[in-house]
Design a protein around this ligand. Structure first.
Ligand SMILES: [Zn+2]
Length: 110
């Protein structure tokens, strides 16, 4: 499958860099200290290696607002899987270039 290599490269490029993950870990250590999971009490955490963008929804009209979400980075409790989300801009991780919307199926450069 010739395309899988390209798709795999795109997935890899979405991952947080090692520097980003270290910045998150250092920031959490400085701001939150030894974090204990509110669900199970465990103190082991793992940074989710992908930033996420939740979709904003109006619960009354059920309309989705795909471009209104706030980027988030996650940290997972390695015992129970509870996930905490943090704002990467507050941590100091900001885009190198302005955000662009990608349309699935669109051909790059057109
Ligand atoms: Zn837990």
């Amino acid at each position: 499958m010739e395309r899988s290599g390209t798709e795999e490269q795109q997935i890899v490029s979405m991952e947080l860099t090692q520097a980003d993950q270290k910045q998150i870990a250092d920031w959490l250590g400085a701001k939150c200290g030894a974090m204990r999971c509110k669900c199970c009490g465990y103190m082991g955490w793992q940074i989710v290696p992908l930033a996420m963008l939740p979709i904003v929804v109006d619960l009354h009209s059920t309309r989705f607002f795909y471009s209104a979400g706030q980027p988030l980075v996650g940290v997972t409790c390695t015992n129970c899987g509870h996930v905490l989300f943090f704002n990467p801009a507050v941590i100091g991780i900001k885009p190198d270039v302005p955000a662009t919307a990608e349309v699935p199926g669109a051909t790059p450069g057109e």
